[in-house]
Ligand binder design. Structure first.
Ligand code: PA5
Length: 444
């Protein structure tokens, strides 16, 4: 089980305050009883325990078709329709997957998460030599970034592989009824999966949004879901506060926020966790940043970023706290070799594991940052496998729901993301935006 250590962030007493614990309990009750703001988006809450083996079988059967017919699968999606799958695939995969893949698993590429012309050009050029398939993921089915990429990919796939094969290797994950992705999937006869109405994008990694790409990549979706289901039990409302890691984390970060710590930095010491950082930033940023409130979620990869952001964290403005995701056991063993000449002076490390040095970097950083006035929360997991990632995902989701409610916002909407879209459509002259186009022209 995930272990949470807040001893270097707060005095335990700060969490023992009755009023705070009452607010946590009230938030938990509101989630369970579906009486909170955004209560039509609580489908994630008991999702892990409600996923059946039959459903996972369907996901895996579809993944097998893609695995059988494709050497490359492009996952088109953005935000919540992208980050969870990428986070898990990169955390579980070989760091050099594209070089070491001997064809046992398709390469997974991502598109529809930007509008970079060069990115899309280079992707389409690369795909010319690949037997590729596409998973088109969009809950609304109308997101511009994803729809643009999908239009390019669909055309290329049909031209390269023929209409019949394209129909087999293009899969849609979208709403049951509405949106262009649904219309296209139904018209073309693609296999499709439904994103439940009551699961918002950033909470959707344990729906086919995440499960399908993860299964196509060859990872164990049963173990992922099992980890999440175990964490669902470990964070249930009947679990006493002090033993409920999501409740304690949610409470701790709200206390720190009240103390002026406006920025939370998620830290890893494993490069494979880079996209977990990205997933977490979206989860907390979109859930809490509203009504002129909310901790700003930032993230760093250590020790890499100790050589860029380390100075700021050690001595910059004291408005930050850190949450470190610490992985206890690496998958592989690598020892530092002895060198007779010792020209680099590193013989004091001979015979030691690389991870031992990494762990001392982690501990040394923790102590230095605490000394520098940066409260430090630690989230420990045993290893980077599907089971532990499932736990970590649900731990953060549950804490996010509780934390947003303690903060007093609706953690399940994202009204702010519409503003840029409205301007973009006005600037591009989208039909239906004529008035906005005229208005925006006066500003430029
Ligand atoms: O969490 C969210 O709701 C968003 O990040 C969405 O996932 C993102 O905007 C993509 O939306 P859609 O899945 O409708 O294409």
């Amino acid at each position: 089980m995930i272990r949470l250590d807040i001893s270097k962030a707060l005095q335990e007493a700060a969490l023992e305050e009755t009023a705070l614990q009452q607010r946590v309990a009230a938030a938990q009750a509101q989630l369970e009883e579906a009486t909170c703001p955004g209560n039509d988006f609580l489908g994630w809450l008991h999702l892990p325990s409600s996923i059946t083996p039959e459903f996972l079988g369907e996901v895996k059967a579809c993944a097998d078709v893609l695995r059988q017919h494709c050497d490359t699968v492009v996952v088109a999606g953005i935000g919540g329709s992208y980050l969870g799958a990428r986070a898990v695939i990169e955390a579980l995969g070989n760091s050099f997957a594209w070089l070491t893949n001997k064809g046992e698993n398709p390469d997974i590429l991502f598109a529809g998460n930007n509008i970079g012309e060069d990115y899309l050009y280079e992707l389409t050029q690369y795909l010319k030599t690949r037997q590729f398939g596409v998973i088109n993921i969009s809950k609304s089915g109308t997101t511009t970034e994803t729809a643009l990429a999908f239009r390019l990919l669909k055309k290329q796939c049909e031209e390269q592989r023929g209409k019949e094969m394209a129909r087999k290797v293009i899969v849609a994950v979208t709403d049951a009824r509405k949106g262009a992705a649904r219309t296209t999937a139904d018209k073309e006869g693609y296999t499709s999966f439904i994103i439940p109405d009551n699961v918002g994008g950033r909470f959707s990694v344990l729906t086919p949004v995440g499960l399908l790409p993860i299964a196509v990549a060859g990872f164990d979706v049963e173990a992922l879901v099992k980890g999440a289901a175990d964490m669902e039990r470990a964070t249930a409302p009947e679990v006493p506060f002090a033993q409920n890691p999501s409740a304690v984390y949610a409470a701790a970060r709200n206390v720190l926020y009240q103390q002026g710590k406006k920025i939370e930095i998620l830290v890893n010491f494993q490069p494979k966790l880079h996209y977990m950082n990205e997933w977490w930033k979206q989860l907390y940023g979109e859930s809490e940043g509203k009504d002129l409130k909310g901790i700003f979620p930032a993230a760093v990869d250590f020790s890499t970023d100790l050589h860029s952001m380390g100075q700021w964290i050690q001595e910059g403005e004291r408005t930050i706290f850190e949450t470190v995701v610490s992985v206890e056991n690496p998958e592989h063993t690598l020892l530092f070799p002895h060198d007779e000449e010792n020209l680099d002076g590193l013989n004091f490390l001979s015979g030691k594991r690389v991870d031992e040095v990494n762990k001392m970097a982690e501990l040394g950083t923790r102590l230095a940052h605490v000394d520098g006035g940066v409260p430090n929360i630690r989230v420990c997991i045993d290893r980077l496998d599907a089971y532990n990632l499932g736990q970590l995902i649900y731990f953060f989701e549950k804490a996010c729901g509780i934390s947003g409610l303690i903060l007093g916002v609706n953690p399940f909407n994202q009204p702010g993301v519409e503003a840029y879209k409205k301007n973009m459509f006005a600037l591009l002259g989208k039909p239906g935006y004529e008035k906005e186009t005229e208005a925006i022209k006066t500003r430029i």
